[in-house]
Design a binder for this molecule. Structure first.
Ligand SMILES: Cc1ncc(COP(=O)(O)O)c(C=O)c1O
Length: 402
């Protein structure tokens, strides 16, 4: 029997997310992780760290399991975590947030994104995103029957072209979805870019959704939260997650911070997606958010070193590597190695060299594929041993497909 998830299939076909012969395609990350396991390859594809959450964070989750924290949490999240999120916004950005009315805990940033897109988009509304983008964006825009409008970021620095951005936003734009620090490029959008986003949102009465899951992983420069900009708070929905900051991607604890009328709308959808979940993990992330500055500083120092290690290895192997001032990933251009088809080359590297990386053209719209076709995304959030082994394997990579 063929299983057809009709609404998804209709939406995904319309958005070019499925090939004609597919009714269900795994995400590119799931596909490459499965391939990496099958071929015994080092997985520099999917963005999860090899490190464990800090001991205090694990202990807080374990203690919650041992002491009755195992039932449904409140739909908005446990008060302890909502307070910790509000305190975090004040501590790091000087923002005032009401933990009872302006915070919602979600099943990772992924659910926050889905609930937000479904809450605010009517069929046909436009959602403006920078391209390449985290893969769930196109999928949830399609599920909301909205239209994805992409603004390309140019290699090697991936800085937004503000004229192109202004041209993309109009009165049909419902949301401008910004991801800073950015996956997959590691770019950090500066104040000027974000002020332009906010000004355009005002001009066209759009909302700004900002995905800041890498907020604590900035190595060069500083993270500017959109909601800290003048005039932004009233129309900004901030999304983040404990996954990257506390090496706990499998816990799927994320959050939304926004004014009450916006969080209420997100909650209206979220309560019918998961309702609520992860009570003990909510306790763990609440503890994480109260860790001293040294945790956040050490995480950054350590990841910056790993970035440099992998960047040197990729450069030595003949790739042109983009600077990654933030995040988990390096984008490496294989054009000088003769690569035109990054997807085929990523599969070749995985089979022949035993190193998994994600072709960047899997993270773009159909129209954008050609622009990014020789780029691969490599994760450096892996152990030093894995990165050193990857360096060794990459050093014998043969030139790519033509
Ligand atoms: C930009 C971006 N947004 C959202 C997510 C998903 O976050 P979570 O695991 O908390 O759902 C990721 C995960 O890689 C990401 O890179």
């Amino acid at each position: 029997m063929t299983i057809v998830a009709a609404p998804w299939e209709r939406a995904a076909r319309g958005a070019g997310l499925l090939r004609p012969d597919e009714s269900l395609a795994p995400t590119i990350f799931a596909e490459f992780s499965a391939l990496a396991t099958a071929h015994g390859a080092l997985n520099l594809g999917q963005g999860f760290p090899d490190d464990e959450p800090p001991e205090q964070v694990r202990d807080a989750a374990s203690a919650a399991i041992a002491s009755g924290g195992n039932q449904y949490p409140p739909g908005r999240g446990i008060p302890l975590l909502r307070q910790a999120i509000a305190d975090h916004q004040r501590r790091f950005y000087g923002l005032d947030v009401d933990p009872d009315r302006e915070v919602i805990v979600t099943a990772g940033a992924t659910e926050a994104l889905a609930a937000t897109l479904l809450a605010f988009c009517e069929p046909g509304d436009e959602v403006v995103v920078f391209e390449p983008y985290y893969d769930s964006y196109a999928a949830v825009v399609a599920l909301a029957r909205a239209r994805l409008v992409t603004v390309p970021l140019q290699s090697p620095h991936f800085e937004p072209d503000l004229d192109a951005l202004a041209a993309a936003v109009n009165d049909r734009t419902r949301l401008i979805l910004v991801n800073t620090p950015h996956n997959p490029t590691g770019a950090v959008f500066g104040r000027g870019v974000l002020e332009t986003v906010v000004a355009l949102a005002h001009r066209h009465d759009a909302l700004v959704v900002t995905d800041e899951v890498y907020e604590h992983l900035v190595y060069d420069g500083a993270h500017v939260p959109v909601s800290a900009l003048p005039g932004a708070t009233e129309r900004t929905i901030t999304i983040s997650s404990g996954g990257k900051t506390f090496n706990a991607t499998g816990w799927k604890i994320g959050w939304v911070v926004a004014p009450p009328h916006l969080t209420d709308a997100v909650l209206a959808i979220k309560q019918y997606l998961t309702y609520a979940g992860g009570t003990p993990f909510q306790h763990g992330i609440a503890r994480g958010l109260t860790l001293p500055d040294e945790h956040f500083d050490a995480l950054r120092r350590d990841l910056a070193e790993r970035r440099d290690l992998l960047s040197a290895a990729l450069t030595a192997a003949g790739f042109d590597v983009s600077p990654a001032p933030a995040g988990y990933f390096l984008v490496a251009d294989a054009a000088r190695l003769g690569v035109q088809d990054g997807d085929a080359y990523a599969r070749q590297l995985l089979r022949e060299q035993g190193v998994a990386a994600i072709p960047v053209n899997a993270l773009v719209s159909e129209a954008g594929r050609a622009r990014y076709s020789s780029l691969l995304r490599f994760a450096f959030c892996k152990s030093r041993t894995v990165l050193e082994q990857a360096a060794e394997r990459l050093s014998s990579a043969r030139p790519g497909n033509a």
